[in-house]
Ligand binder design. Structure first.
Ligand SMILES: NC(=O)c1ccc[n+]([C@@H]2O[C@H](COP(=O)([O-])OP(=O)(O)OC[C@H]3O[C@@H](n4cnc5c(N)ncnc54)[C@H](O)[C@@H]3O)[C@@H](O)[C@H]2O)c1
Length: 302
């Protein structure tokens, strides 16, 4: 069995990837600050460690065939306050991780942010060849990491992969960490609390159900084609107001509070997924299906 290390394995995407990669026949090693107490997979190996501790990182990557880098200590919303940490720690440790991989056959897959690396663009959906011009530090830090990976690829004649994920939602997400509009709308509609919208609700995002994200990333594990960067997205743009309308259509009554718009948010971001679809060719879960799936999951969880 091929061994895959998931850095940030207990997080939203890491936890879901652990499940999918296990099901796909990989031996999963989930690395996070502490071992989880719930959603534990009996077949997975859990490693408690600190990504920023060189010894922890060195010993975790030993003997692994694949590494998925799913750790970020900042998000778009807090990146104006925390960006120095992002450059100093997240970026630098990612450089060190690449350095540790020199001379090994381990493949790295880096989770980048399709929603923030591109910045403002007139022509949408945006494909991978467009010049990324992030407007917030979170996106720029991701781009610095991406460029570092591409430089290592060029210098070492290897192919680490970069996945630019759009706006994932689904089981395991926690909007209180700062990301996850759909998560916030559904959970707050259930609990009767208002959901905050930064701006007029017309910001358009490319929402993708977490299951599809995992399927796409899993399909890239053995990818040996020419590209190193993939948009992982639905390719469909939906405004926040449209999400709210869809949730109302499910019989829920979300209360919405419109706040001032934020400088960290682009108006519209839709990612062209045609490159990804040459590898993962199946139909994606629609927003309506995804909302229902996630809502049912939340009801059963409570
Ligand atoms: N969620 C999204 O909307 C989204 C979209 C695009 C890209 N991404 C990227 O995907 C990756 C995963 O995102 P997520 O939403 O699952 O984040 P998350 O915050 O849910 O998970 C990150 C995990 O990393 C762990 N972690 C943090 N610091 C650590 C350290 N020093 N050592 C070990 N573990 C540590 C956390 O405990 C957490 O479990 C991130 O790099 C994020 O930037 C996320």
């Amino acid at each position: 069995m091929k061994k895959v290390l998931i850095l940030g394995g207990s997080g939203f995407i890491g936890r879901n990837l652990s499940l999918f990669l296990s099901k796909a026949g990989y031996e999963v090693y989930s690395f996070d600050l502490v071992k989880p107490t719930n959603h534990v997979l009996p077949e997975a190996h859990y490693i408690a460690g600190d990504f920023f501790d060189d010894d922890d990182l060195k010993s975790a990557i030993e003997d692994k065939d694949y590494i998925i880098h799913a750790i970020s200590t900042i998000n778009p919303g807090n990146s104006n306050e925390c960006y120095v940490r992002g450059y100093e720690k997240d970026f630098l440790q990612t450089v060190k991780l690449c350095n540790l991989l020199i001379g090994r056959s381990t493949r790295l897959i880096f989770l980048s942010s399709g929603g923030t690396v591109y910045g403002h663009h007139e022509i949408q959906p945006i494909n991978e060849n467009v010049l990324p011009q992030p407007i917030n530090h979170y996106g720029n830090i991701k781009l610095c990491m991406e460029n570092t990976i591409r430089t290592f690829n060029y210098q070492m004649h290897i192919k680490m992969l970069i996945v630019r994920i759009s706006n994932p939602y689904g089981p395991g997400q926690d909007f209180k960490k700062g990301v996850g509009f759909i998560d916030a709308v559904l959970k707050n509609a259930i609990s009767g609390e208002p959901v905050m919208v930064w701006g007029d609700g017309k910001n358009v995002r490319d929402y993708i159900y977490i299951e599809d994200v995992c399927k796409m990333i899993t399909s890239l594990m053995e990818y040996n084609g020419e590209y190193d960067t993939f948009n992982v997205s639905s390719g469909i743009g939906v405004s926040q107001n449209e999400v709210i309308e869809s949730v109302k259509g499910m019989g829920l009554k979300p209360q919405v509070v419109y706040m001032d718009k934020r400088s960290v948010d682009v108006r519209k971001i839709i990612l062209d997924n045609s490159r990804m679809k040459t590898v993962w060719k199946k139909e994606l879960i629609t927003l309506e299906e995804g909302l229902k799936n996630y809502y049912n999951y939340l009801l059963n969880e409570n």
